[in-house]
Design a protein around this ligand. Structure first.
Ligand code: EPZ
Length: 417
């Protein structure tokens, strides 16, 4: 199992280019199922979850090609297997995103129920309820979702909870339905907008993506399109937190404005200096930062995917911060590992009280989930001495060449087997 070995105490400086967004790439890859045409994607991040999705699509019969610029071409002209098996789905919950496209294009689907994961139960009941409202007959048998449908019917759906992939699944199902579908209480994440833009380029008629009411007018068929995946706002936020925690000065290129304002606001509240342009962000700090309280919530509020990384920053800031996690029921797995590095954190239910300490000490720690791993890397970059982060396969699911990029910024980090 791979490990990352980090010698802490080096302020990050320099420039690095960020990759395409994992959480935009995954639904957009699945959107290829909606057309017999070819979907060409640029800026696809080189991640474990992307290769898992490509494997899933290829075993269904999607023709996958790679061009000389690592652009991905997908053609779902004829599929020989409308099934997403447990072996693949258990490694990546986002496989559920093939359900909507398969039902609406082929009238049937067999998708393994994604198990829970480290951060919570993560049911998919709202995906299923929405598809049933559009006319799909759905049974759950031996851990599989078995779905059958004629042409789905457009309808008015009010989502009980804000769900990102739920919104995405239902939006994709609606693009080929008969009539108009309205999704109320829809997720407003930038990745939902990116998916809608890709679908509209393929011939869909979607309005309102980015707001909490999305209207989709069904069409008969989608066609070829080319789409460039948006930048990964969580990778951006992770590097900004790492630069702030190490007292550094970095410039990120290939970013996009207005996709991470809540995190940037908190970094500025902590005392970091942030400037941004259309496709770049610079962060610098003049010494120690103030611990800043935060509460996660759906976009545009502070993203749950940045909670662990900001907690690492708070661990070495001055003062006390209250971190409240409102999206997932078990997203504090990084706390006990941060404590091993000397952090002072008390957890009460979905709230963590973080008391900044003057220094962390390097130690052996273990990654438990994707963003917890990022939090431990940030803490290791700050800690005195050597930190070894074990089980970095979690990190590889969602970060494209993280140690190379951090190395470019001066970090002393290497991968060991
Ligand atoms: C997406 O997961 C992201 N993944 C997650 O990123 C992110 O943390 C999450 O949205 C919240 O922003 C992708 O986009 C691939 P949800 P998703 O449905 O869609 C409950 C990362 O680190 N819920 O918005 O699975 C659910 O339990 C990952 O990159 C239901 O109860 O999250 C949770 O409490 C981690 N029933 C809340 O809603 C449902 O049918 C929000 O979950 C669906 C969701």
């Amino acid at each position: 199992m791979d490990k990352l070995v980090i010698q802490g105490g080096v302020p990050l400086t320099g420039e690095v280019r960020v990759s395409g967004a994992k959480n935009a790439a995954l639904p957009i890859l699945c959107a290829a199922l909606l057309t017999p045409g070819t979907l060409r994607l640029q800026n696809v991040p080189h991640l474990r979850d992307v290769t898992t999705t490509l494997t899933l699509l290829a075993q269904m019969g999607v023709d996958v090609s790679l061009d000389e610029k690592l652009g991905v071409g997908l053609t779902a002209a004829k599929l020989h297997n409308l099934s997403a098996p447990y072996e693949l789905v258990k490694t990546m919950r986002a496989s559920i995103l093939v359900l909507g496209p398969m039902i609406t294009r082929f009238g049937e689907a067999r998708v393994s129920l994604p198990g829970g994961c480290a951060i919570g139960q993560r049911p998919v009941d709202l995906h299923i309820k929405g598809l049933q409202a559009m006319g799909a007959q759905i049974e759950i048998e031996q851990g599989y979702i078995l779905a059958k449908a004629g042409r789905l019917k457009g309808t008015h759906i009010v989502l009980d909870l804000v769900t990102v992939t739920g919104t995405e699944n239902l939006m994709m199902a609606a693009v080929l339905a008969d009539g108009v579908t309205v999704l109320e209480n829809a997720a407003r994440e930038p990745e939902v907008i990116d998916l809608a833009e890709c679908l509209n380029a393929m011939g869909a008629r979607i309005k309102g993506a980015g707001s909490d009411v999305i209207t989709i007018e069904g069409v008969d068929e989608l066609h070829d399109a080319t789409h460039r995946i948006m930048p990964d706002r969580i990778e951006i936020g992770t590097f900004l937190c790492a630069a702030a925690a190490t007292g550094g000065n970095i410039k990120l290129k290939g970013t996009r404005a207005n996709i991470l304002d809540a995190v940037i606001g908190k970094l500025q509240e902590a005392g970091a200096h942030v400037e941004q342009g259309e496709d770049w962000i610079r962060l610098s700090t003049n010494g120690s930062l103030k611990a800043v309280s935060l509460r996660t919530a759906p976009f545009p509020a502070f993203p749950t995917d940045m909670q662990a990384q900001f907690m690492a920053l708070n661990s070495v800031a001055q003062g006390t911060a209250v971190v409240t996690e409102t999206i997932f029921e078990n997203r504090f797995m990084h706390v006990q590992e941060l404590r091993r590095l000397g952090a002072s954190i008390e957890v009460e239910g979905n709230t963590a009280i973080v008391q900044g300490v003057s220094a962390l000490q390097g130690a052996n720690v273990m990654a438990t989930d994707l963003r917890a791993s990022a939090s431990l890397v940030i803490a290791g970059l700050v800690a005195r001495g050597e930190t070894v982060v074990d089980r970095v396969y979690h990190l590889d699911r969602g970060y494209d060449c993280i140690e190379e990029k951090l190395g470019q910024l001066g970090a002393r980090i290497k991968r060991a087997h």
